[in-house]
Design a protein around this ligand. Structure first.
Ligand code: GLC
Length: 570
């Protein structure tokens, strides 16, 4: 029998009630993290096997993307049962074992709550379909008669996020079209009607179900979408509901306040539990200035900072974005988070190697976000992978030095690039079909993680075709390859996270800008820490009296070259 290392002390101390203000959270996309049983799909046992990697990496918490039973029409963000685990991923007992083992290793566990919509296979939606028009079952969703002579037109002009109308017509048992239901995302993701008390009660119960199993918090999927104007009005002529304009009948509505407060009250019920109060992170693609009121002390704890993710790689835009993020969060007493990637966006090493690296930021915030078609155009532009990687290293040091918490998307610690040459027949993102094969979608950042070996499946599993093909070019980039190479991307992340743990200047707190060239970001944090990031053409000399803690380039160069960053002890 092999013996497991026994933890010495309780690694999740209840008295550390502010852990989330500084936490570095690692995102696991379960389907693609580690495949224990060799069926080509990641699973919870695989996640347990690989927990030591995360403990060694030095993150504080894990966020697990949906692991619930689901037809996987949207990679699991279509939940058929909120209180169980997808059979391809494992069982509830596996989930319990994962949570327990993570806690033994000192890692907090957040899971995904998907409250805007469920799967069309959810029993309540199936019951609503069967019950027919005018029944209480249908009230739990947004069923409406269609417009036109025979109800053949959708009830309003809203568009779905993945393309096409946000309405699907139900076909009755007689084969004729009857009512329509609302789905802001895929046709297989009907929206819940949060105006119904039964929906709100059900979600309170789901929160408690998982809090009682020991999770430390939830990432709230599309936290800005649950409330809708009950009249479901058309959006103004010529504008798309996808733009999230202020006053929208479906996004960022004032009614969300009640929903968020209600969740907070449930989380706070656990304040006296051994691991302390539980937390929420809001996922809402909104500018910081609009999303900051989601994280007042009575609502959610932190927001996933999309400004940081969307911002282009220039000193000027990054400075404006950072200032604005800090200012609006500070005003409500919430810490910022810093984010480079997630399972919905082109991987950072690829993004930063493109001629267009993101959107511009000024003192008032970011310019308009790219449309899916514009993103598709950028995607088709050539990538300078070496440049992208160099910038991704510097960006990692920048984000981990800023005040607050940070997110690491699985594989970013390896510097993985986007797999943008997936065979079209392997694409699974609903966007590909819904856009009529014009937008490839998000599969390129969801390819399984390469752990070891020189050919696919690179240690992802013991065999079996990975659910998305893994590129041969990842040979040499596996965890095993990088683990003992002090110049690797992984080594940089490990060093930065270790420094973050021991250096009291890092994590939650404030920064002071040091006057610098317009192409350089230079700031200090107390006590005795300085970070310099060079976006410009000229090398920046490292001050003689400073000691290099970590350098994204050559630590002995005495300089910070273009697209490099350094951490200094001063
Ligand atoms: C969030 C998720 C994304 C999902 C969508 C609908 O944006 O991150 O993956 O498709 O919500 O649930």
């Amino acid at each position: 029998m092999t013996s497991q290392p026994t933890p010495t002390a309780d690694p999740i101390p209840a008295e550390d009630t502010n852990w989330w203000r500084s936490a570095v959270v690692y995102q696991i996309y379960p389907r693609s993290f580690a495949d224990h049983n060799g069926d080509g799909t990641g699973d919870v046992r695989g996640m347990i096997d690989r927990l030591p990697h995360l403990a060694e990496l030095g993150v504080d918490a894990i966020w697990v993307s949906p692991w619930y039973p689901s037809p996987l029409a949207d990679g699991g963000y279509d939940v058929a049962d909120y209180r169980d685990i997808h059979p391809d991923f494992g069982t509830l007992e596996d989930a319990d074992a994962f949570i327990a083992r993570a806690h033994e290793l000192g890692l907090r566990v957040l899971i995904d709550l998907v409250p805007n919509h469920c799967s069309d296979e959810h029993p309540w939606f199936q019951a609503a379909l069967a019950a027919g028009p005018g029944t209480p079952e249908r009230e739990l969703f947004w069923f409406r008669d269609g417009r036109g002579v025979d109800g053949e037109l959708p009830p309003n002009d809203w568009q779905a996020m993945f393309g096409g109308p946000a309405w699907e017509r139900v076909i009755g048992p007689d084969g004729r079209g009857e009512q329509w239901y609302l789905h802001l995302f895929d046709v297989r993701q009907p929206d819940w009607n949060w105006a119904q008390p039964a929906v709100a009660d059900e979600f309170d119960d789901i929160l408690r179900f998982w809090f009682d199993r020991g999770i430390d918090g939830f990432r709230i999927d599309v936290a800005d979408s649950m409330a809708k104007d009950p009249d479901l009005p058309d959006v103004a002529h010529g504008t798309s509901n996808l733009t999230k304009s202020v006053g929208s009948p479906l996004w960022d509505r004032p009614e969300l306040d009640v929903i968020h407060r209600r969740w907070r009250a449930v989380a706070d019920e656990y304040a006296d539990s051994p691991q302390g109060a539980r937390v929420f992170v809001s996922e809402a693609v909104l500018p910081a200035a609009r999303v900051a009121h989601y994280v007042t002390p009575e609502r959610l704890h932190t927001t996933f900072n999309f400004d940081a993710l969307l911002c282009e790689w220039t000193a000027q835009s990054q400075r404006h974005m950072i200032q604005l993020s800090l200012q609006v969060h500070d005003a409500v007493g919430a810490p910022c988070t810093w984010v480079l990637s997630n399972h919905d966006r082109v991987r950072v090493a690829t993004r930063y190697g493109k001629p267009i690296t993101g959107v511009a930021y000024g003192p008032e915030g970011g310019s308009r976000e790219f449309t899916p078609l514009e993103e598709e155009e950028i995607r088709a532009m050539p990538t300078d992978v070496a440049l992208g990687l160099k910038r991704a290293r510097a960006a990692a040091l920048l984000e981990l030095a800023l005040p607050g918490g940070a997110y690491v998307y699985q594989g970013d610690e390896l510097g993985l690039d986007e797999v943008d040459d997936l065979p079209e027949e392997s694409l699974q993102d609903p966007t590909w079909e819904r856009s009529g094969h014009t937008v490839h979608g998000r599969d390129g950042c969801r390819v399984p993680i390469p752990w070891s070996g020189t050919t696919s499946p690179f240690g992802f599993g013991p065999g079996g075709e990975p659910w998305l093909p893994m590129p041969a070019r990842w040979a040499g980039q596996t965890v095993a390859d990088q683990e003992h190479d002090p110049t690797s991307h992984l080594a940089l992340y490990r060093a930065a996270l270790a420094e973050r743990k021991r250096n009291p200047a890092l994590g939650d707190g404030t920064l002071s800008w040091v006057a610098s060239d317009a192409h350089v970001l230079d700031f200090t944090r107390e006590p005795g820490f300085r970070c310099i990031v060079n976006f410009g053409p000229d090398a920046v000399p490292i001050p003689a009296d400073a000691r290099v803690l970590i350098h994204s380039g050559d630590p002995n160069s005495g300089r910070v070259e273009t697209d490099e960053a350094v951490w200094l002890a001063i």
